[in-house]
Write a protein that binds this ligand. Structure first.
Ligand code: URP
Ligand code: ZN
Ligand code: ZN
Length: 462
């Protein structure tokens, strides 16, 4: 049936909470009213929340990285997203050195189109900044709806690293072309320094994966965030710092927000809920990601930054490597494939440990996982809210069931979860992607190929 009604739910959208029905027709929300009476397929949302679908702006499906390829591909990754209540994701098309940005974009489109279960878009990763790339950047904005570009301050080995002058130039570009720079902020020089200091055969034997912690103290991150923020201030460029892991990093963004700079930041569930103790475990290498998981006081500081509204988005940086792939490290912490699964557990974790633990309200929660990412990355109000004419990307979330996260129950292609055994409250009861039911009770019921590439607008303020 083409017409659907979600009945009696508690709608949370655009800072408001109210009881209403939602009517869906031809992929769109067509009415939001009490007591809609029509011949339609009915979805009962009594005692449940109705949220705009989750938006994860930071995933890496089938990414060639650290000598292997991340295990959740576009097909399974997008299914996993749907099962967890995420209805739109943005992955990355990373330029190869000496090659074109547009080629990277087209290659990634070919990998994803026809394989995704929900809508998606791409950020382009700039690794070779020159006159040609500058032109391609502008073409991508105008013709392809790519309005965000990723820059890495590390990853020399991968050939992805950019220096301060490139970052300065790119931030300046954003003031002219309406785009935003997403930045992986860690100091390459400090990282080299600490690795040189700690990487000895004796230490490797003694500390194993804990060397990941010793070689990435918070300063490796916050020095880079501070430097980039200074460049954003000077150029007036738009900067979005990804996967912030340190308390100090969050505070630098808070300061920038207070000064009304064009600087925003995201963090991820693993930086909120896990600490360096994980690296002391026998299987501690499984938790290696970049930047690495920090300490308990960083968890607390990041929650504070979220509660106060200084960090704007929670994404996942999903980059799944299973046990076999993680085993490539063979005792050398610099060789662990860096990355964690996460897109499927984002919403239950943030709802349980954010809303239920009273760290922030349910309206703030919706801002963090849907509205702010939609606004910052140019898809609002098509997505990121529940309004007439918006895409019917809807999550009906039942807040009552309690369960423990178990990787065996999840759709992800991973044979562990970093959050194994975590108690969560609530379940994605119904997930709609443009009006099509794609997940029910946390299980996939949609179709591969349903998802479409979405062209995005240049930057919109939050
Ligand atoms: O370790 C991670 N996060 N892997 C993916 C690449 C990145 O830095 O985002
Ligand atoms: Zn990164
Ligand atoms: Zn990433």
């Amino acid at each position: 049936m083409n017409r659907k009604i979600i009945k009696n739910g508690t709608i949370v959208s655009d800072n408001k909470i109210f009881k209403s029905d939602i009517e869906i027709k031809n992929e769109k929300i067509v009415a939001i009213n009490k007591n809609i009476k029509l011949d339609a397929e009915i979805f009962d949302a009594s005692n449940m929340f109705v949220f705009p679908g989750g938006i994860d702006v930071h995933v890496h499906f089938q990414l060639p990285f650290c000598g292997t390829v991340s295990k959740d591909d576009f097909e399974n990754g997008s299914k996993a997203a749907a099962c967890g209540g995420v209805t739109f994701f943005i992955d990355f098309a990373i330029q190869k050195k000496g090659s074109s940005l547009i080629e990277a974009f087209q290659t990634r489109r070919k990998q994803a189109d026809g394989k995704v279960a929900i809508d998606y878009s791409l950020h382009c990763g700039i690794t070779d900044w020159n006159e040609k790339t500058r032109k391609q950047m502008n073409q991508l904005i105008k013709n392809e709806g790519v309005s965000s570009f990723k820059v890495f301050m590390i990853y020399r080995r991968e050939g992805w690293i950019a220096d301060d002058k490139i970052l300065y130039d790119l931030l300046t570009q954003t003031t002219k072309n309406g785009s935003i720079i997403m930045l992986h902020a860690e100091s390459d020089l400090l990282l080299d320094y600490f690795i040189e200091k700690y990487k000895t055969p004796l230490n490797m034997k003694k500390y194993g994966a804990y060397l990941h912690t010793l070689t990435r103290p918070c300063i490796t991150e916050y020095e880079a965030i501070q430097r980039a923020t200074t460049l954003a201030k000077e150029t007036k460029g738009r900067l979005y710092v990804v996967h912030i892991s340190s308390k100090e990093g969050g505070e630098i963004i808070a300061n920038a927000r207070k000064q009304k700079l064009n600087v925003w930041g995201e963090t991820c569930p693993h930086y909120l809920l896990l600490n360096d103790n994980v690296f002391k475990r026998k299987d501690g290498h499984l938790f290696a990601t970049c930047p690495q998981i920090k300490k308990k006081h960083d968890n607390d500081g990041l929650w504070q930054s979220l509660s106060k509204g200084y960090l704007n988005v929670v994404s996942t940086d999903t980059c799944t490597f299973d046990r076999q792939q993680k085993a490539l490290w063979k005792g050398d912490f610099t060789k662990i494939p860096f990355g964690l699964p996460g897109v499927e557990t984002l919403i239950p974790l943030l709802f349980s440990y954010g809303v239920k633990r009273k760290r922030f309200s349910v309206t703030k929660f919706v801002e963090l996982i849907s509205t702010n990412p939609a606004k910052l990355f140019g898809v609002y109000p098509k997505k990121g809210c529940l309004k007439v004419n918006s895409d019917a990307d809807i999550l009906v979330y039942d807040p009552t069931p309690k369960r423990k996260i178990n990787y065996k129950d999840l759709q992800t292609n991973c044979d562990f979860s970093p959050f194994q055994g975590f108690e969560v409250e609530g379940l994605a009861r119904y997930v709609f992607s443009r009006g099509n039911l794609v997940a029910k009770d946390g299980k996939f019921v949609g179709n591969i190929g349903w998802g479409r590439f979405v062209k995005r607008k240049p930057f919109g303020k939050i």
